[in-house]
Write a protein that binds this ligand. Sequence first.
Ligand code: C2O
Length: 358
Amino acid sequence: SPNLSTCHPTSSQIPDSPHKTSHEVNCCPASPDSGEPIIRDFQFPSPSSASPVRIRRPAHRLALDTEYLAKYNKAVAIMKRLPPDHPHSWHRQSQIHCIYCNGAYYQAGAAADVPFMIHESWLFFPFHRFYVYFHERILGKLIGDDTFALPYWNYDSPDGMPIPDIYMKGELHDMKRATRHLPPAPVAIDYTPDKLDLVDEPPAAEQTATNLALLYQHMVSGASKPELFMGCKLRPGDGACSGMGTVEAAPHNSVHLWVGNASTPEYEDMGTLYAAARDPVFFAHHANLDRLWAVWRRLRGYHGSRPEFDDPQWLDSHFYFHDENADLVRVRVRDAIDMDRLGYAYEEVDLPWLDARP
Ligand code: C2O
């Protein structure tokens, strides 16, 4: 777990990064949560009418829901106008990613300065679940709507593969994306910068079939055990363990790199950890990954709060987030396991990749 008083400038790239250059980044808040910040332990939203279930819907089906789009754009606009060091500001919301993914904190209790990094390990899904959870609740709070839910980028379905149109305009747009990958190009879940920037993209139908087959592999045939799906078991004191779960590798990494601007050395925004969450589509990408985690659990028979690993070193690992009241909250991995207790759900869609056994 991180030691909050250790935030320090760090490198824009982690050791396994596909990028050839790196630079120093400082993602720490200007006035850090040092001294004795008041921290409360996470509490589940109460299952009452006071906290209605938020239903996350597929982004590509929301293009005509003008009422919803107005709300979502308004909430993001408010975030972008907050003073940059307010914990709810767009700036600080996106810096959370840089802090936790580029190792800006050292681990609590470690003998030496060991960076705390959540990628390429079993912390990947739980950390991002809470990141999206608090971001969504803050957006809702800013517009006074406690039913507000983020959309998910349903790229595991043929109609949902391009960057969703709603992210191509207004507050949800980001200039720093690969121009050759804008709609209607379907995402390339097999994307790797080295291989694919040199060649023409395959026809859409071919790419769609490749995507579905790879999803089958990473969600089903190659992900039969939690070790394969969740990633390696990062232990306290370990700097990294470099064992990505199947879905973290693809679609997670591949979609990030595919969206990012390939003509900059580090593929900003989406294609690099320190900048990825500056692009609003980041949150739709991670909502879908969060959903895929829930789908995988269902397919594998993990119900309710049954954890993938009954291991206190995992279950008691924790992270800190500001909640919708701007209180600093400590969340544990064990609080992330049972999605139903968190007051949100995903609108169900077909899973065409289940039939795409190569
Ligand atoms: Cu922490 Cu999509 O990355």
